[in-house]
Design a protein around this ligand. Structure first.
Ligand code: KG4
Ligand code: ZN
Length: 355
């Protein structure tokens, strides 16, 4: 039987410095370093992210290789995120990958970060039946796509302002959480035992598969402004403007926020399913780590006879395994990159039609 390709994946699009070695959609070794230095600034500082990637990436790759008990001679392809993301951060990953590829002769494979998320369920050993509907929810994206196969996408809708992760991180900051705030808001919402605070759900009458979260963000801001004193430090002691909220009230606000988010996402999914006959749904991207959303969307899927697929929790947020996994598809399709591979901070899904 033909040997399945072994792919090294490298991810540096934002604030995770990550590498993984994957064969047959199974992870052989991996390492992800989250750059916590950004916490002090309440958001990712692009210049600091690039410098941290420069400092960390080679040792992250070396330690992944060491843990795999393989050498470069065993690796069949080097897959690297070349967009979308922060230009300087992407450049660190792409430059190192090119250097490794040139010095070892291993083919280079440029990977789209969104496509990495899109196929991350395969890392759970799942083959999602095609065509399927994918909801990509991360710090930078909120998008509904009909997936007909690897590289064959039909764009349905996206957010016209904030991405869901961005909404959570920004409202989290207002509530005094550290950065990023998504996981803290999620845990708070799940632990709530009071009546959740009611926030309005935005509807785009002209775009049933699109989203808008800026109205919700403003509603949370005014809700807090009307009730709580302003503070200049967050719960981690970093300088950050927010509001001083008693903890049980903060929990009920988080529950209200997550309820609004899940209703709006489910409305978008439901609108697609009313029009398109799709039997499988994938949710992926950092916000798909939300146990609150997983529960709500899984209840919806069950009630609507749709099969739900989610990546393993640790592959929801940025990681090298999803990049190596997408690299396997490119390798098998004979799609390799030249050394003129450039970074593209605004890279879209390719082969996506918008009819
Ligand atoms: O995919 P990702 O790691 O990076 C981007 O490509 O943007 O997503 C990061 C986003 C952040 O906004 C973070 O707050 C959110 O994912 N996030 C979560 C959870 N874990 C991370 N949101 C809700 N619940 C979580 N458990
Ligand atoms: Zn991501």
């Amino acid at each position: 039987m033909k040997k399945k390709p072994i792919i090294l994946g490298i991810e540096t699009s934002c604030d995770e410095t990550a590498a993984a070695i994957v064969q047959d959609h199974k992870v052989i070794a991996e390492k992800t370093t989250v750059q916590i230095l950004h916490e002090a600034y309440g958001g990712v500082v692009p210049e600091l992210a690039s410098r941290a990637h420069e400092k960390l990436l080679m040792s992250v790759v070396q330690s992944t290789l060491r843990d795999s008990l393989l050498t470069f001679s065993d690796i069949d392809g080097i897959a690297v995120t070349h967009g979308p993301g922060l230009a300087g951060a992407l450049l660190v990953g792409v430059s190192l990958s090119k250097g490794l590829s040139i010095s070892t002769g291993i083919p280079l494979i440029g990977v789209n970060h969104i496509e990495g998320h899109l196929w991350s369920c395969e890392l759970a050993g799942e083959k999602v039946p095609e065509p399927f509907l994918a909801l990509i929810i991360s710090g930078g994206h909120t998008m509904l796509v009909e997936v007909n196969g690897f590289g064959s996408y039909h764009f349905l809708g996206s957010t016209r302002d904030d991405a869901v992760g961005e909404l959570l991180d920004k409202t989290g900051r207002m509530m005094g959480f550290g950065f990023p705030a998504g996981a803290d808001i999620d845990s708070a919402a799940l632990s709530n035992t009071e009546t959740p605070i009611k926030f309005p759900r935005s509807k785009l009458t002209d775009d049933p598969y699109g989203f808008s979260f800026s109205g919700l963000k403003t509603s949370v801001l005014y809700y807090l402004k009307d009730r709580y004193p302003e503070v200049t430090k967050n719960s981690k002691g970093f300088v950050s403007k927010g509001f001083d909220i008693p903890s049980s009230e903060r929990i009920a606000i988080c529950a209200g926020l997550m309820a609004a988010v899940s209703d709006m996402l489910i409305t978008g999914i439901n609108n697609v399913l009313k029009k398109y006959s799709l039997k499988a749904l994938v949710i992926c991207g950092g916000v798909s780590a939300s146990r609150y959303l997983r529960k709500k969307i899984s209840e919806f899927a069950e009630a609507n006879s749709v099969e739900l697929y989610v990546p393993p929790l640790k592959y929801s947020t940025d990681n090298g395994a999803m990049i190596a996994n997408a690299g396997i598809h490119h390798y098998e399709r004979g799609e390799f990159s030249n050394y003129d591979l450039t970074v593209n901070p605004a890279l879209q899904l390719t082969n996506i039609d918008r009819y």
